[in-house]
Design a protein around this ligand. Structure first.
Ligand SMILES: [Zn+2]
Length: 454
């Protein structure tokens, strides 16, 4: 381990769970009759699969809230969230409340002035999310969302799971009036537009989002709940559109919908010593009626658990208001197989031959992500025992360290590499290695035996 374990004791369950459920019940056109939603049948499905915790929707990006929200005018006539919490908790299944922070079509429609905007007042491009309403956390949306989290925390939940708590990586976002005022308060007399893309601008964004996480945790304390807060993307420095490099999540949490991500993020997260979950779906996507093949789901479950993660798996509620019976049976069988191997999956310590150095900075990863993933996929396909390192840490644990092109190497990193090589370590550096400032000699010239000839 390269970092002390930071998870508080109250969240030990985050580390223990091998599999966790995440159902999606969204008011799409193919769910024509919401009255069919069968809370008891779904609660029994969780029990049969053997899950001890689930993340369930309290408010999705499309709205409406799935509980009777006090300040919305589009509430449903049934408390889907509350019914589920009661039925699951009765069966000793922990419930974390999913709440979508970053997107809210209802609030964005009612209050377009609360949305993320560029310097010219234009809305951000959100086609990636299929939702037009990216809500700005400097705007009154922030207080509105915290107030709704208070409403959700009145139910006996075990924490929040916050989605799309994404600060804009793009230096052209956000320049709404609320951000302009908030930045002046934060930094004194400075003008936000003058600070575009600066380190101070970046720090302001991270401060704003980290503060939201801290306030959400305080909401749970105010209601006497376990103060466990998880946000999607925590510990994953690869999102190009938004980023969560700030601290505060009790568990790292990453959607891993392909084998490269599952392997790379699993290895990367394990280095932190924190609990972490790797997410994917038992169907083709979060909301889909076609099941993934049995072998693929089983492979995903074991790939996640073997890295020390919890496999958090999505379940689609069918138009009949239940889960697919076949899906329940096979997920019960897969979870039983995981539990049979619990001692191996939780008690073993991995060994590595090769360490691939990754960046921890989302802004840098926008440039080098392809290089990092190419190296990890090369290791994966070659069946090499490899780690994905969060920077230049714990180098001695591997016989070989590979540095993908473009990764920043500081003088302190160079010193660590020199110690590593002097101690018998082997280094692979992908060209072109960086130069000293002003196109000077190669930064690693002594380690690599390079002579700069102009
Ligand atoms: Zn803003």
């Amino acid at each position: 381990m390269t970092a002390p374990q930071t998870a508080p004791d109250h969240a030990a369950w985050l580390r223990d769970d091998l599999m966790r459920g995440m159902p999606h019940f969204i008011t799409t056109a193919w769910t024509p009759d919401q009255r069919l939603f069968d809370t008891e049948a779904i609660a029994e499905a969780w029990r049969r699969i053997g899950l001890r915790s689930v993340h369930i929707l309290s408010k999705h990006e499309t709205g409406p809230a799935l509980y009777p929200a006090r300040h919305r005018n589009d509430n449903l006539d049934r408390d889907f969230f509350g019914e589920q919490v009661e039925a699951y908790v009765k069966r000793d299944i922990r419930v974390s409340a999913y709440y979508c922070v970053g997107l809210d079509d209802w609030a964005g429609g009612m209050h377009p002035e609360w949305c993320v905007r560029d310097e010219h007042g234009q809305l951000a491009d959100t086609t990636f999310w299929a939702s037009p309403s990216w809500m700005c956390l400097s705007s009154p949306w922030r207080d509105f969302a915290i107030q709704e989290l208070h409403e959700v925390a009145e139910y006996p939940i075990s924490g929040f799971w916050l989605d799309i708590l994404g600060l804009p990586v793009d230096p052209n976002l956000c320049f709404c009036d609320h951000c302009a005022r908030a930045y002046s308060d934060y930094a004194g007399a400075a003008n936000l537009i003058n600070m575009r893309g600066s380190e101070e601008h970046w720090e302001f964004k991270m401060w704003s989002h980290k503060r939201f996480v801290e306030d959400a945790r305080q909401v749970l304390r105010d209601h006497g709940r376990d103060p466990t807060v998880i946000f999607n993307g925590a510990g994953a420095p690869f999102f190009k559109r938004y980023a969560e490099p700030f601290d505060g999540s009790d568990s790292n949490s990453t959607e891993c919908h392909n084998p490269v991500l599952m392997g790379a993020i699993g290895r990367l997260n394990r280095n932190s010593g924190n609990p972490f979950e790797l997410l994917s779906c038992s169907e083709q996507s979060w909301v889909h009626t076609v099941l993934k093949p049995d072998t693929l789901v089983e492979l995903e479950a074991f790939a996640a658990a073997a890295q020390g993660a919890t496999y958090t798996v999505g379940f689609t509620v069918t138009p009949e208001g239940r889960f697919s019976p076949g899906n329940i049976d096979r997920m019960a069988a897969i979870n039983a197989k995981l539990e049979e191997q619990r001692d191996l999956l939780r008690g073993a310590t991995p060994i590595y031959d090769v360490g691939v150095v990754s960046s921890r900075d989302n802004r840098e990863m926008r440039e080098v992500i392809g290089n990092v993933w190419r190296w990890t996929d090369f290791m994966r396909q070659g069946h090499l025992l490899h780690n994905v390192l969060p920077g230049f840490h714990n180098l001695d644990a591997q016989r070989v360290v590979a540095i993908p092109a473009g990764i920043t190497i500081t003088p302190a990193d160079r010193a660590a590499l020199e110690r590593y090589v002097r101690g018998g370590g082997n280094l692979i550096v992908e060209a072109p290695p960086r130069h000293e400032p002003s196109d000077g000699p190669y930064f690693l010239r002594e380690l690599l035996g390079l002579t700069f000839q102009g």
